[in-house]
Ligand binder design. Sequence first.
Ligand code: PNS
Length: 172
Amino acid sequence: MKQLKAIYPGSFDPMTNGHLDLIERGSKIFGELVVAILRNAEKDPLFSLDERMAMLKATTTRFPNVQVSSFEGLLVDYVAKQGAQVVLRGIRAISDYEYELQMALMNRKLDPKIETVFMMPADTYSYLSSRLVKEVFNLGGSVRGLVPELVEEKLRQKAGGSVGDKTRFVAK
Ligand code: PNS
């Protein structure tokens, strides 16, 4: 599959070690991998688009065939514009499957040339999500090992305190 270009879309608010694990796996099997952040995914994300881009860029520099970008509108249009053939998505547990299947089939209906490829992150990250990271951090729990150190630092900066020291902030 080395000749294929894949797009790995998502909100990445914030990126987790599960995302990073998938990026590493994707970079090994695709010739090019573009991590594409959806603009306006949420009305009020915790991290701005620029912050999310910066974190993803900083943590993926060791993968020479990985780029970080953003998109708005239909994913299939962005995939076509990029000259890519594949959408890469992670599936952690069976609970992800229904939503992912709907999206993959809708994208296929919109553009039958594009294939969705699902990969599983390492089982250590199978319970991990951006939403839970924000919730745990928000409630004063430690997110060490769940997100890259840089992301942990940025969360701490948002909170104006330290991870796991019961500092509260409101992560939306
Ligand atoms: O990280 P997420 O929130 O699970 O990512 C969802 C994402 C960005 C992949 C999805 O919302 C998306 O592709 N949005 C773009 C709009 C679109 O193309 N919708 C129709 C496809 S179902």
